[in-house]
Design a protein around this ligand. Structure first.
Ligand code: B16
Length: 219
């Protein structure tokens, strides 16, 4: 019996995944390093420094830790500049009505994002109003596929992980949700890879999986 749903942010509640890609691509272009969409997809759900390692895979020379720290900071500044233009209008149309309906049906909702910029995104988009708990990159030590972020989200909801579902667009995120002992729901890239127990094409399909009291659902 699922009582809580833990959502990834980038690529699930809002398409900031594309902004991550553009910010990394800008850095890669400046350095003259090839960076493909496939590499961009592998950065999904992965920490900032691990993403940088993926970006530098085809670099012609090694970089020092100091250089890597500066690159990560440069990317983050470019990414945050893009985030500063976000508004509630950037949230896909089906997201807020679905979150609202799920809460009306009695489900508790949490964020489980590895991003240290999640607070800024929630604030600019108003998404924070629809969440009962927020676990983000500022409250964990190990990033996805480690289960820590989903376990933290469940704890903040006051629910055992077995009573929670984890929804993520990253294969690493689905692995993290599974390792946490949650029901896994893939969407976007992770659904293309059939990584979840359920693989959705639209966010509002959640309403078919999680029915209201007395209603029959797909679970
Ligand atoms: P930041 P999520 C993840 O967020 C992103 O998918 C991943 O691309 C990013 O590197 C990571 O957050 C860290 O983000 O640099 O903003 O702290 O998908 O877990 O919501």
């Amino acid at each position: 019996m699922i009582q809580g749903i833990c959502f990834d942010l980038d690529g699930v509640l809002i398409h900031t995944d594309e902004l991550h890609y553009l910010a990394w691509k800008g850095l890669a272009d400046r350095l003259g390093v090839p960076f493909s969409r496939e590499q961009g997809d592998r950065c999904r759900g992965v920490s900032r420094m691990d993403s940088l390692e993926i970006v530098l895979e085809q670099a012609g020379r090694p970089y020092s830790q100091a250089e890597k720290d500066a690159f990560a900071q440069e990317k983050n500044q470019a990414y945050r500049a893009m985030l500063s233009n976000l508004s509630p209008a950037d949230v896909p149309g089906e997201v807020v009505p679905t979150l609202k309906q799920l809460r009306q049906r009695g489900y508790r909702l949490a964020l489980a994002s590895g991003s240290k910029n999640a607070g800024l995104i929630l604030e600019r988009t108003g998404l924070g109003a629809w969440l009962d708990a927020v676990a983000d990159g500022t409250c964990i030590r190990r990033s996805k596929p480690d289960p820590e972020i989903f376990l933290t989200a469940a704890e903040l909801l006051g629910l055992p992980p077995s009573r929670c579902a984890a929804m993520d667009d990253a294969v690493a995120g689905i692995q993290a949700g599974r390792a946490a002992g949650m029901l896994t729901i893939a969407i976007g890239d992770s659904a293309v890879h059939r990584a979840g127990v359920y693989n959705l094409t639209r966010f509002d399909q959640l309403l078919e999986l999680f029915p209201g009291p007395g209603e029959e659902g797909a679970l």
